[in-house]
Write a new protein. Sequence first.
Length: 242
Amino acid sequence: MERTALVTGSSRGIGAAIASLLAREGWAVCINCLEQREKAEALVRQLRSEGCTVMYRQADVADRTQVDRMVQDVEAELGHVTLLVNNAGIARQQQFQDVDPETWHRILSVNLGGCFNCSQAVIRPMLRAHSGCIVNISSIWGSHGASCESVYSASKHAIIGLTRSLAAELAPSGIRVNCVAPGVIETDMIQALGSETLDTLRQEMPFRRFGTPDEVAQSVLHLATAEYITGQVLTVDGGFLF
C-alpha cells in the first residue's frame, strides 16, 4: 500500500524527528520548511544515504498558493499524500497588551491557517480513496493556556477544536484526524525561556527532565498506524499536567 507523508515544519526539532521516523519506517516523506533550507537539505541527504525515499520543498504554510504548489510537487514525485502531519508553528512570548496585530495575525496564520491550508490541499484525494490520516501538532498550552503565550495558546487551542470537528466530519469517509499535544520538549524553541526558567521547569517535571523530539515522533507514528483511533488528543508531557 502506498504510504506518502507530508510533514510541515520538518527541518529541525519535533518535525525533523517525525519525518525521520516515518521515512525509516517506510513512508515516502516530503520534508518542508520556510527558512531552515540548509538543515532540511542536510536531513534529506542523511535519510537518502540510509535508503529512505524523501524529498524537500520550501513553502510558507500560511500561503495557500505555496501550499498547493508543494502538494502538487509531492503528488508528482511521491504520490498522493496519505498522511499529513501539521507540525509547522511559531511562538512569541509577550504580555497580551503588547501583542501587535501583525504578530497576532502571523502566529494564527502559520499555526492554525497552516493546518487549514495543508489539510484542504490533501483532503480531496483522501476522500476519493476513502482513506487517509491527518495528525495535527498542538501543545499542552492549547489545552491549559499559558501566561505570556496568549496568541500561541489560542492558536493551539483552535487546532484541538479543528481536530475534533474534522474527525467527526471525515470518519464516514474513512479518514482519521488526531492531535498530539507535546509538553516541554528539548528543542530550539524553548531556549528563549532562559536557563533559570528551564531549570525551574525541569524540577517540576515528574521525570525531572524534558521530553525529546523522538518521543513526540513515536506518538505521531502510533496515531498514523492505529486504524481505530480518531478525534483524540494525545498529550505527551511526561505527566507534567496530571
